[in-house]
Design a protein around this ligand. Structure first.
Ligand code: LMR
Length: 400
């Protein structure tokens, strides 16, 4: 009965790893998926994560019962505090509801379905370009997806005027997806002054902010700095949604641990929202997994582990920033034509190089360098050893 099916294409991001794994070349380099690698090119399990897991193993009172539908209560509280700040008015006034979800994707999907069921506007605006999974998540959640201008290829920076025009022309009440920091795939973020203008415009039109926070601490190295745009929106007393992921900042990729928070106008409304979120979650996956959320809770509740985490996080962010400098210098020393200063201006895990699909495919074929076809490279996958190889490839493709 399934014989009529056509072979589906690989995922544009995760498929890059599939192709990389098939390549026997010893010089191959995977700059596709946004996953941190050490200088030795190895995945990293943070020390604090190992310590937290040890604590969990030593605690013989731990059981494997189902979590409640909304997940681990302590994890939810600590996650809200991490993203909104301990002194957040929304937390103080108890008008926030947080549910544990399956990493960033799961949080976006649950939030999307909740909005499709209960919010009067069914259109969500996403940045052009954006993470390839965003349009799929929200379409399948039952929302209509439209885009707003964001990136200017001529400056390789923000198209702020286009952004303001498009949000200004959006219908009142529309949902707007905002990348909290380290925009994926461009690495281009608004300044704090621009965020303030975006906030004023959105609040004046009643647009609903839905933040995707996949890189808190990864962009600047500071958890508070990277959460600032979200906190500005919460400080004005209005509503918003926030999807949090612990994949990158705690290196918990495969644990699938994240949270969806919805900031409401009152505690009473927040309680009702939570009851409805449970109705979205129960038929989808019943309740979330326990292990990843327990690791996060151990780290966030313990001052020493928390401090140690911030140091490890900063070290990852700093290594990425250092890769940016090294790649920029390597191109400069080769005299590669073009302005490559965006490599050091963009922030977070990715550089949006400006290379086109044909150039990307040349680099993969001739240099065994793997990246998404839009020219995005994961800086976290680079090391001092591999920078010259990448610089040689970029130089070759732009001088060809
Ligand atoms: C990425 O953009 O590479 C990451 O967010 C991983 C993913 O799931 O696509």
């Amino acid at each position: 009965v399934f014989a009529h099916l056509v072979q589906a294409p690989e995922d544009p991001i995760l498929g890059v790893t599939v192709a990389y794994n098939k390549d026997p070349s010893p010089i191959k380099l995977n700059l596709g998926v946004g996953a941190y690698r050490t200088e030795e090119g190895k995945p990293l399990v943070l020390n604090v994560v190992r310590k937290a897991e040890q604590q969990l193993i030593n605690d013989k009172s731990r059981i494997k019962e189902y979590l409640p539908i909304a997940g681990l209560v302590e994890f939810n509280k600590l996650s809200a505090k991490l993203i909104l700040g301990a002194d957040s008015p929304a937390i103080r006034e108890n008008r926030i509801t947080t549910v544990e979800c399956l990493s960033g994707t799961g949080s976006l999907r649950v939030g999307g379905e909740f909005l499709a069921k209960h919010y009067h506007q069914k259109t969500i605006y996403i940045t052009q370009p954006t993470w390839g999974n965003h349009p799929k998540i929200f379409t399948l959640a039952g929302l209509t997806v439209k885009t707003y201008r964001y990136y200017d290829p001529s400056t390789r920076g923000l198209n702020f005027q286009g952004l303001m025009e498009d949000l200004g022309a959006a219908p009142p009440g529309a949902i707007v997806l905002l990348h909290a920091c380290a925009h994926n795939p461009t690495g281009v973020d608004p300044t704090i002054q621009q965020w303030e203008q975006i906030r004023q415009l959105m609040r004046s039109k009643g647009l609903m902010p839905f933040f995707d926070s996949a890189y808190q601490g990864f962009a600047s190295g500071s958890l508070d700095t990277d959460a600032k745009p979200i906190r500005m929106f919460v400080a004005d007393g209005g509503e918003c949604l926030v999807a949090q992921s612990y994949a990158k900042n705690m290196g918990l990729y495969g644990e699938r641990v994240g949270a969806l928070s919805i900031v409401c106008k009152s505690a009473d409304v927040a309680g009702k929202v939570e009851s409805q979120l449970k109705l979205v979650i129960r038929p989808m996956y019943s309740s979330p997994p326990i292990h990843g959320a327990s690791i996060v809770a151990v780290i966030l509740r313990d001052r020493n582990l928390f401090n140690e985490w911030t140091l490890e996080l900063k070290a990852m962010a700093d290594r990425i920033i250092s890769m940016r400098k090294q790649l920029f210098e390597a191109l400069r020393s080769r005299g590669t034509p073009g302005d490559w200063s965006h490599i050091i201006k963009q922030i977070g895990m990715f550089t949006f190089t400006g290379l086109n699909p044909a150039q990307v495919s040349f680099m993969t074929k001739e240099y065994h360098i793997y990246m998404t076809s839009d020219g995005r490279i994961s800086m976290a996958g680079l090391s001092s050893k591999t920078v010259p190889h990448l610089a040689d490839a970029i130089h070759a493709v732009v001088t060809k």
